[in-house]
Design a binder for this molecule. Structure first.
Ligand code: CTP
Ligand code: CA
Length: 223
C-alpha cells in the first residue's frame, strides 16, 4: 500500500491523455489502423487517477479497464475525432499526455459504398492527418505541461529530441523497440525520458504499470 501523501499528489490536477490507435475509414467496412493496444496510456491514466488527478482519457479503439472514478473515458475512432475531442478540452488542462498512436495519414475520401474488387492493382490516395500534439503545443500556456511519446527505429535519441522541440513537449518518452519485451500489445515497455535541458534518464524493461509510475514521478518532479 502506498503512502497517503502519494495518493494525494495530483489532487486537483486535470490531465488529458490520448491513447490507443486511430482507425482511418476507407469505406463502410474497411479502415487503416495500427497495432497500438492503448495499454500504456491506460496505465498512465490509472496511475495518475490513483494519485488524485482527474483524468480525461481520449481513446481510440481498444479495451480499457478503467480502475477509478477519477477517469472519464471518451471513445473516438479517427484521428480527426481524437483531435476534436482533445482540442475542446485542452485549455482546461494542467497536463496533457499524448500516448496515442495517431495515424499519420487518412484516405483522401471515404467511399460511401463498399469498394468492389476490379482491376489487378488499386491505390488509395492518403492525406496527412493533423498533428494533435503539435497543435496543442502551439496553444500551451505557462502553467501547462505537455508530454509526448516517440517510437523510433533509428537515431532514436536525436529523433526524440527533435520531437520534443518541434511539438513543444516538456518531456518526451522514447519507446525502445530494440528490446524484445517492449512494444505494442505487450505488457512491458522500456523507456528513456528526455527533458528540455537535454537530460535523459533510461529505465529498465518493466511492466507498463511500473513504467507509468516512473513517468508520473518524472511529471511530478517537473511541477
Ligand atoms: N502525435 C499526435 N498526432 C499526430 C501524430 C503524432 O498527437 N497526428 C503525437 C503522438 O501521440 C506522440 C508524438 O506525437 O506523442 C510523436 O508521434 P510520432 O508518430 O512518433 O511522431 P510524428 O510526428 O508522427 O513523426 P513520424 O511518425 O514521422 O516519426
Ligand atoms: Ca507518426
Amino acid at each position: 500500500l502506498r503512502h497517503f501523501a502519494v495518493q494525494r499528489r495530483f489532487d486537483g490536477t486535470k490531465v488529458l491523455i490520448t491513447a490507443g490507435p486511430t482507425y482511418e475509414k476507407i469505406d463502410p467496412v474497411r479502415f487503416i489502423g495500427n497495432h497500438s493496444s492503448g495499454k500504456m496510456g491506460l496505465a498512465i491514466a490509472n496511475e495518475l487517477a490513483a494519485q488524485g488527478a482527474s483524468v480525461e482519457l481520449i481513446a481510440g479503439p481498444g479495451n480499457y479497464d478503467i480502475r477509478s472514478q477519477n477517469i472519464r473515458l471518451t471513445r473516438v475512432t479517427t484521428a480527426d475525432e481524437m483531435f476534436e475531442a482533445t482540442a475542446v478540452r485542452y485549455r482546461d488542462m494542467d497536463v496533457a499526455i499524448f500516448a496515442a498512436a495517431v495515424a499519420d495519414y487518412k484516405p483522401a475520401q471515404m467511399a460511401s459504398q463498399k469498394i468492389k474488387k476490379s482491376s489487378e492493382s488499386m491505390s488509395i490516395e492518403l492525406v496527412k492527418n493533423r498533428d494533435i500534439a503539435g497543435e496543442m503545443g502551439k496553444l500551451k500556456a505557462a502553467h501547462q505541461l505537455n508530454i509526448g511519446f516517440a517510437l523510433e527505429t533509428e537515431n532514436e535519441q536525436s529523433h526524440a529530441q527533435q520531437k520534443l522541440e518541434k511539438k513543444n513537449f516538456d518531456l518526451v518518452v522514447l519507446n525502445s523497440l530494440n528490446d524484445k519485451g517492449a512494444g505494442f500489445s505487450l505488457d512491458t515497455n522500456k523507456i528513456t525520458i528526455f527533458n528540455r535541458e537535454g537530460k535523459s534518464t533510461s529505465f529498465d524493461l518493466k511492466t507498463k504499470k511500473e513504467v507509468a509510475i516512473d513517468l508520473v514521478q518524472a511529471i511530478y518532479e517537473l511541477r
